[in-house]
Design a protein. Structure first.
Length: 404
């Protein structure tokens, strides 16, 4: 009698529809948040001209955006635990839309520096809260899918940024008033985000309302964890590498390479395209080779690209450096967020801590580069980026998932 044939391998379990819907919803929220932020950054040169600001004063104005985000993040994880990620994202995006509208109206209609600063603070506070909540939700979806997808959510953010940069360049070329541009985009972002957040993962009883004392203990404990703090430090440098381009790239190429305002906005778009490409392809590299070797390679690429963008003698070579900078800076932030959320139960507290540390770059970056720009020129001030990236290679091993 012949031996029985081996039973066929069991098919991989199908991913529940609710998880697939949540994946789509998270990607849309990331994209719309990127659209909102890039819409502002794409019009920074126009706002600078409208208000007659020097590089130093512009850096101080941009500080309002970073300050709002940084003040939001220490409690954003607690808010997400209390309200759930979907309601947190919807409420924070309402603040984002209000901030964009106010900043545009204050710059274009009133010429009020204070009004723009208040609008940017609201934009930063709402965006910072939304950032933590959508990363917590994205990490939960990633765990349920069983493969790396967080960089693709951040790629969706970058795609939204590409759209924002393109719209900014087009609006600048056509002479669209900043107030009308920002108000229209604010409405689109708000409606789209509220609809997308409805497909987030359902909140379980245990996750929906942990005791307030327990939430506070988790947050305080996360601030004492060496791995969480080191991951936060790495994210800080990668956020600086990304944020310095967001804040200054368009202005630096206008001032340092002699481009027009519209061309400067287009160069920012090149950076964001590089970010999007890196985050889309990077998931395959991360699943094949792991976090550590991939991050070492991309950080080296970012340092090379940033140096080339500043020091290249020709415009095309400098723009190629911008593209390499975007690709190289693409994975540090999302992989850091995934590393902070490796333990789902502690994810909201740890993501909050890493976000606070990381967003310090957005707080310190604008005034630091603005002051340097007043002395050495806005373009050469960006050499700080590669000088900070190279020592950060020593922190990359902290991204390995902890042994369970």
């Amino acid at each position: 009698m012949s031996p029985a044939a081996a039973p066929p391998a069991a098919p991989a379990p199908a991913v529940p529809r609710s998880v697939l819907a949540a994946r789509t919803g998270v990607a849309v929220v990331f994209a719309l948040n990127g659209l909102a932020v890039a819409t502002w950054f794409g019009r920074v040169p126009a706002v600078r001209e409208a208000l007659g600001l020097t590089a130093g004063r512009l850096g101080l104005l941009l500080l309002a955006l970073s300050a709002g985000a940084l003040l939001a993040m220490p409690t954003a994880g607690l808010v997400a635990q209390r309200l759930g990620t979907a309601r947190t994202v919807a409420a924070s995006t309402l603040l984002v839309a209000a901030g964009l509208t106010l900043a545009g109206a204050a710059a274009s209609l009133a010429g009020s520096l204070v009004g723009v600063a208040v609008g940017l603070f609201a934009l930063g506070y709402g965006s910072g809260t939304c950032d933590v909540a959508m990363n917590v939700e994205g990490a939960a979806v990633e765990r349920r899918l069983g493969r790396t997808v967080m960089p693709r959510f951040h790629a969706a953010w970058s795609l939204g940024s590409v759209a924002g940069a393109a719209l900014g360049a087009g609006a600048a070329r056509l002479g669209v008033p900043v107030a009308a541009h920002l108000a229209a985009l604010a409405a689109v972002v708000l409606v789209g985000t509220v609809l997308a957040a409805r497909s987030f993962l359902p909140v379980t009883e245990s996750a929906a309302a942990p005791a307030p004392a327990s939430r506070r203990r988790d947050l305080l404990a996360a601030w004492r964890e060496p791995r969480t703090l080191l991951v936060g430090l790495l994210v800080l440098v990668m956020a600086f590498a990304e944020g310095s381009a967001n804040d200054w790239l368009a202005v630096a190429f206008v001032d340092g390479h002699g481009l027009s305002e519209a061309a400067g906005a287009a160069v920012f778009g090149v950076f964001v395209v590089g970010m999007t490409l890196g985050r889309t392809v990077g998931t395959l590299a991360l699943d094949r080779w792991g976090r550590v070797p991939v991050l070492i390679a991309t950080i080296l690429l970012a340092a090379l690209g940033a140096g080339t963008a500043v020091l290249a003698g020709s415009g095309p070579v400098a723009i190629a450096g911008v593209a390499l900078w975007g690709v190289g800076a693409s994975l540090g932030f999302p992989v850091g967020m995934s590393a902070a959320a490796d333990d789902e139960e502690r994810a909201p507290a740890r993501v909050s801590v890493v976000a606070v540390i990381g967003y310090t770059a957005f707080l310190a970056g604008p005034p630091l580069l603005g002051m340097l720009g007043d002395r050495v020129g806005t373009l050469h001030a960006l050499l700080v980026v590669p000088l900070l990236l190279l020592p950060t290679l020593a922190l990359v091993p902290t991204l390995r998932p902890p042994t369970r």
